[in-house]
Each structure stands twice: as C-alpha cells, then as structure tokens.
Design a protein around this ligand. Structure first.
Ligand code: IMP
Length: 175
C-alpha cells in the first residue's frame, strides 16, 4: 500500500491487535478492581485503541479525552506541549493515560508531569505500541501491547501526515 511517498506493508493484523487489547483489558480490570479509574485517551491517535480497550474493561470506569497541543516556546528545544480538554476534576482520581504509541517518551513525560500537578491519586499508562527509545530511556509505562523496533507505523489510529488512521490493521513503512 502506498501513502504519499512511502510504501507500507502489513505488520500487525487486526486479530493480533485485538488479542493483545483483550489481555490488557483483563489485566487492568483486575488491577483496578474497586478503584473506578479514569481512562484518559490522548487524541487523535488513540481513538481506535481506546474504544476497543475500554469496552473490554469490566469494572466501572470513567472516560475523558485529552489532546496535546504543541506551540513554539522560548526554551531551547523550541517546543512546549500542554494538555487541552481537561474538563472535569481529576483531583484524587486514579488516572490511566491511553496512548497509541510511545516513541521517545517526550510527550508522555509532559502529560504525566501535568497530571501529577493536578493532585491526581495515581497516574499510569497503557500504550498499544512502544518503540525502542522509550524502552532504553526507561520511561515508566505500566501496560504495553507490543514492543517494536524503531520503525514508522500507521493504521489503527496512527497516521502518516494525517493519512491512514482509518485502517484496521497496523502497517510499517518499507525501508
Ligand atoms: P514521543 O513524544 O516521541 O513519544 O512521540 C509520541 C507521538 O509521536 C505519538 O503519540 C504519535 O502521535 C507520534 N508517533 C511516534 N511514532 C509514530 C509512528 O511510528 N507512527 C505514527 N505516529 C508516531
């Protein structure tokens, strides 16, 4: 399949994705029994994963969506990221951030710091995919669907320049 200038090949089929999602949902349901967690999917990439995951969770839960906005800052890295969409008090709540993919972990570190500053009770992360850099940097991610190498992936919510979020399987760019 060709999208813009890149050729993509199937990487993880929908059925393998859903098997992993089922396992994650069962583990979270056990770990959070009687804790009524708040799932916080980070848009846009996590919308499919969040939907499949949360409907398989069997304990009473809340769901609230957030988005990360980047803007030019004045620090040396040039980019500051802030969370938008927090519309209810997360104070004293057990938060589970739902991510599609953790690459360097930069985005996640920002989100976690911001959530902790709101006085949340606990903050954990579930991600469908985790790339090598986050693993090497020991970014704390409690629940991981698939550990993958440093390759560019698309589909199941993940995009390439805005395209490809709609596919039900996950593809990777040919080298
Ligand atoms: P990080 O801050 O480097 O961990 O980047 C995380 C974000 O980059 C993810 O939430 C995605 O939006 C995007 N991203 C990283 N790797 C990929 C990829 O392989 N395909 C699509 N988006 C990606």
């Amino acid at each position: 399949m060709k999208i813009k200038d890149l050729e993509f090949n199937e990487f993880i089929s929908e059925s393998r994705v859903l098997e992993s999602v089922q396992t994650l949902a069962e583990t979270i349901s056990n770990d959070y029994e009687s804790l009524s967690p708040v799932f916080l999917p980070v848009l846009n990439g996590s919308f499919m994963f969040a939907s499949d995951l949360i409907k398989r969770v069997t304990i009473p839960s809340r769901v609230s969506f957030v988005k990360v906005s980047s803007y030019e800052g004045t620090n040396s890295s040039g980019q500051l990221k802030t969370l938008v969409g927090i519309d209810e008090s997360l104070f004293n709540q057990n938060i589970i951030i739902v991510e599609d993919i953790v690459d360097t972990g930069f985005t996640l570190e920002k989100i976690m710091a911001e959530l902790k500053s709101l006085g949340t009770k606990s903050v954990e992360v579930v991600t469908l995919l985790r790339k090598t850099p986050a693993r090497e940097k020991n970014i704390h991610v409690k629940y991981v669907g698939f550990d993958i190498h440093d390759e560019f992936v698309l589909g199941y919510g993940l995009d390439y320049d805005g395209l490809g979020r709609n596919y039900k399987d996950i593809y990777k760019a040919a080298r």
